[in-house]
Design a protein around this ligand. Structure first.
Ligand SMILES: [Fe+2]
Length: 343
């Protein structure tokens, strides 16, 4: 059988040398180049199984090489190497389908090797026709990797990247944060708990990366199978944050953000006493913003109408005391301008 061909593009010779060293014991053909244009020529003229490229290079950027490679050779698995500052670009590229996998710099050698192994397996799985589940697992693995590399300010970049995938929630996470802090600010909570509420507000829907964009953005009603997939996003989100040290405490909040205190929520139908205070805060903030935003299937409701809906579900879906605080605090606020209709 022919050896798998791996093509690596980086403007730094040293990086290319270390990649070659990394795979010295593997039975691969490793091609390298410092020039994006040359990489594209190679792909045009011979079969390349895996293409690995740096993002930041003079001239043609990594993402553009991958885009063009996708057209010339759709069967090539595309991997991007990026630094911290490119995390937003990378996650969007994964969402758009330009990039299959992502490696953060400085990379971990074992993970790098595993990513390439997985990429070769993906090629095989694609040929066998069942790649959907694998793709979701890979997206979650990439998200976990991105979060692991993340510093605090990139939490926001990541939450924005998720909103790029789900067009109807643009600005949603920031507003959920604002509403959640309105409630939390009146509870005299320890600062650690407030920090967890902040992260959870920004990242509560991060598990949507595991849900195909065409379902998230479907204009009409969802069928049962589609709903089932969407309802998995709290578990996906909890799973990825559980693996990140500084986000571990937000994991359960993310898991519970669609639960209701009478047990009619999802994914587990947990009741009031079993839910974290932090989760109950995020739930109110999340539902209020969803009600006051345009959705694919309905227009935004006014603040007044949305508050009536929240109040009506007080003690049923939402914690009574928290609803009271929210309504009182919101009444004292100048309302944030309502979100503009989504393009
Ligand atoms: Fe959600």
């Amino acid at each position: 059988m022919k050896k798998p061909v791996i093509l690596c593009v980086d403007d730094e010779e040293n990086i290319l040398k270390s990649v070659k060293r990394l795979f010295i014991d593997e039975d691969y053909t490793i091609l390298t180049t410092t020039r994006g244009e040359e990489a594209l020529d190679i792909i045009k003229n011979q079969k390349v199984d895996v293409l690995i490229t740096d993002q930041q290079m003079p001239g043609i950027k990594g993402i553009d090489i991958l885009k063009r490679a996708r057209e010339t050779s759709p069967g090539t698995v595309r991997i991007m190497i990026t630094g911290y500052s490119d995390i937003g670009v990378t996650i969007s590229a994964i969402n758009e389908g330009e990039v299959h996998r992502y490696i953060a710099k400085p990379w971990d050698n074992d993970r790098f090797k595993q990513v390439v192994k997985d990429a070769l397996l993906k090629n095989e799985a694609d040929r066998n026709g069942h790649h959907a589940e694998r793709r979701i697992k890979q997206e979650l693995a990439d998200l976990t990797e991105a979060l692991r590399a993340a510093s605090l300010h990139t939490v926001r970049a990541l939450s924005n990247a998720i909103e790029l995938k789900d067009k109807y929630t643009r600005g949603h996470c920031d507003r959920v944060l604002e509403y959640a802090l309105l409630i939390a600010g009146k509870l005299d909570l320890p600062s650690k708990q407030v920090t967890n509420i902040r992260y959870a507000a920004l990242l509560h829907d991060i598990g949507k990366i595991g849900v195909p964009a065409k379902i998230l953005n479907k204009p009409g009603p969802l069928n049962e199978a589609e709903w089932k997939l969407i309802k998995q996003h709290p578990q996906y989100g909890a799973k990825v944050t559980l693996e990140i040290d500084f986000l571990r405490d937000t994991s359960r909040i993310i898991l519970e953000h669609h639960e209701k205190i009478d047990g009619s929520g999802y994914p587990y139908g947990k009741k009031g006493n079993d839910l974290l205070l932090e989760s109950k805060i995020i739930t109110i903030a999340d539902v209020f913003d969803a009600l006051t935003s345009d959705r694919a299937y309905r227009k935004a409701r006014s603040y007044k109408e949305a508050l009536e809906i929240i109040e009506e579900a007080r003690g049923r879906h939402f914690d009574e005391r928290l609803v009271d605080i929210f309504i009182r605090e919101l009444a004292g606020q100048t309302p944030t301008p309502l979100p503009q209709p989504r393009p």
